[in-house]
Design a protein around this ligand. Structure first.
Ligand SMILES: [Fe+2]
Length: 310
């Protein structure tokens, strides 16, 4: 019984064309056509798709899709989630085909964030060719990256992801974002699947947000790819959410930018790989070693400067 990886994400959007421009022109992801049900698909590796973009009336992350190691694991997980009073809806044959998986079910966590769990995710031999010359995305056994959610009830969320689903604690910090280091911090959970990526899912103790996602993360092969992506963000006037920086816990060097659906996308490289079987959970005090100046921090500093000048 193991969670293999973050296999795919499903975004609902009122503006699929904006997502198409964003993924292909800014991120450098490859268009992979449409599935039979009309969703736009995008690939970053040997999975037929990693992003599934669905036209809708509103914008949100509809689901982060995690792959289990077997059908038996998937069935057992569905049972545990139902026992934990979360709804489980199995996908029919057409929905499985649209996701290139053997089987899957949709559910949500205690905060209402959309999740899917699948097994038998297909891989093919179509070469990934970035329309923007990205060397490649670091995926393989570590999955497509990670998803970060809001956790209004932190303990309920941790109980769900740890005890019910089976993710493992990697880093359980309490971050102090304000200059007052004596005040209460914000609890976070960074959790790994059964692979070497530092975290496949994370959540912070904060009110739920309309896009039902804080950010997704993709890992590029090198710093030049990350820097060129940052240039494309700037040229396309995509809002930067956090400047270039390096995280303490997963050591990822990168930046954050807004997606067309309002949540962020973290683009990074040089991430720490862990031994998932022997990892002892840490509790880091700070999210970043350097950099990662958030847009809201900038706005606060500017307001303070303006106030001081009056
Ligand atoms: Fe992240």
């Amino acid at each position: 019984m193991a969670i293999k990886e973050l296999s795919y994400v499903i975004v609902e959007t009122a503006d699929p064309a904006a997502w198409d421009r964003y993924l292909t022109h800014v991120v450098g992801v490859m268009s992979a056509g449409q599935s039979a049900d009309g969703a736009a698909l995008y690939r970053i590796d040997d999975r037929p798709f990693r992003f599934r973009i669905v036209r809708s009336h509103a914008d949100c992350l509809a689901a982060a899709g995690y792959e289990m190691d077997s059908r038996a694991s998937l069935d057992a997980l569905a049972e545990r989630i139902e026992q934990a009073s979360q709804p489980v809806q199995w996908g029919d044959a057409a929905a499985c085909a649209a996701r290139s998986v053997e089987a899957f079910f949709a559910t949500s966590d205690p905060a209402g964030n959309g999740l899917e769990f699948c097994c038998g995710a297909a891989r093919d031999d179509v070469a990934f060719v970035s329309p923007k010359g990205v060397s490649g995305f670091v995926t393989g056994d570590m999955g497509m990256g990670h998803a970060v959610f809001a956790a209004p009830d932190f303990d309920a969320m941790h109980g769900f992801y740890h005890d019910v689903v089976g993710f493992h604690d990697t880093d359980m910090p309490e971050f102090k974002f304000s200059p007052d280091q004596t005040g209460p911090g914000m609890r976070f959970a960074f959790m790994h699947a059964d692979n070497a990526r530092h975290h496949a899912v994370a959540f912070g103790e904060m009110p739920q947000v309309p896009p039902r996602c804080i950010h997704l993360m993709l890992q590029m092969e090198n710093l030049s790819d990350v820097g060129k992506c940052h240039d494309r963000m700037r040229m396309a006037n995509v809002p930067e959410s956090a400047t270039l920086g390096r995280h303490v816990n997963d050591e990822t060097l990168g930046f954050y930018m807004q997606t067309p659906s309002g949540f962020d996308l973290e683009i990074g490289c040089d991430s720490l790989q862990i031994d998932p079987a022997n990892w002892e959970a840490t509790a880091h005090a700070m999210p970043s070693e350097w950099g990662h100046v958030w847009a809201w921090q900038n706005a606060m500093e500017e307001a303070q400067k303006a106030e001081a000048a009056e």
